[in-house]
Ligand binder design. Structure first.
Ligand code: 13P
Length: 249
């Protein structure tokens, strides 16, 4: 049975002031029947991992380099993330695909490196508004999935996150039918590529304007194994509402 996952992506938010939110969240979840993850900026990982040492809440990075070390000014490696307590890393987020022209081949190479360093890669996929309007959603998702996920993926080292670009930070959410269609499609493709056992084991998160108010509906959709949450993961109150919804799903 897949263990559900509530993952927070802080993006470029979170200075030392944000640590009180983490302490607050940890106090609310001394134990949990779902996995909980916070991916702060790399600068906050060490401190956050320290605060969460006795907590079931895991930490993760938001990106890593294809290489494990070397002359790459400004970059962060998977090994460095692991070294400061991270268990996961988000890869191929649409904001990075857009801002840094990250293509699926790059995401796949990063995922391979992250997995080799002992991290679980959270590989993000998502169609733009134009692509959905043109009825290209499943083609786009299929292409990104095939291109971004490395061979050798398992339920332990890979999580897929479906994040429609037009739903990120906009307050817009696809209909539950649209979410169900894409998640079922991803599941079918994972089974086709990795076989029945592994394909069923890999978790698929939904991301894009998830809030406590809409979480229960989204978590009831088949093959939604949790959420990748942006804005609503920054405040303990908001994120706790989503975690509670997932625990009850
Ligand atoms: P929001 O929850 O702010 O829409 O962001 C979603 C996201 O991009 C998570 O990675």
């Amino acid at each position: 049975m897949r263990k559900k996952l509530a993952a927070g992506n802080w993006k470029m938010n979170g200075t030392s002031n944000a640590m009180t939110e983490v302490t607050d969240l940890a106090a609310r979840f001394p134990e949990s029947n779902v996995d909980i993850l916070i991916c702060p900026p790399a600068t906050a990982l060490s401190q956050l991992s320290g605060i969460l040492e006795q907590s079931p809440i895991a930490t993760g990075g938001q990106d890593c380099h294809v290489a494990l070390s070397g002359a790459h000014t400004g970059d962060i490696s998977a090994e460095m993330l692991k070294d400061v307590g991270a268990g996961y890393v988000i890869l191929g987020h649409s904001e990075r695909r857009d801002s840094y022209n990250e293509v699926s081949e790059t995401v796949r190479a990063k995922a391979r490196t992250a997995i080799s360093a002992g991290l679980t890669a959270i590989v993000c996929l998502g169609e733009s508004h134009v692509q959905r309007e043109a009825n290209n959603t499943l083609d786009i998702i299929g292409g990104q999935l095939a291109g971004s996920v490395p061979d050798g993926a398992t339920g332990a080292n890979l999580v897929v996150a479906y994040e429609p670009v037009w739903a990120i930070g906009t307050g817009l959410v696809p209909s539950l039918e649209q979410i169900a269609e894409v998640h079922a499609f991803i599941r079918t493709r994972l089974i086709r590529r990795f076989g029945e056992v592994t394909g069923i084991d890999i978790r698929i998160l939904y991301g894009g304007s998830v809030k406590a108010a809409n979480a229960t509906g989204i978590f009831a959709v088949a093959d939604v194994d949790g959420a990748l949450v942006g804005g609503a993961s920054l405040k303990a109150d908001d994120f706790a509402g989503i975690i509670n919804a997932l625990q009850q799903a």
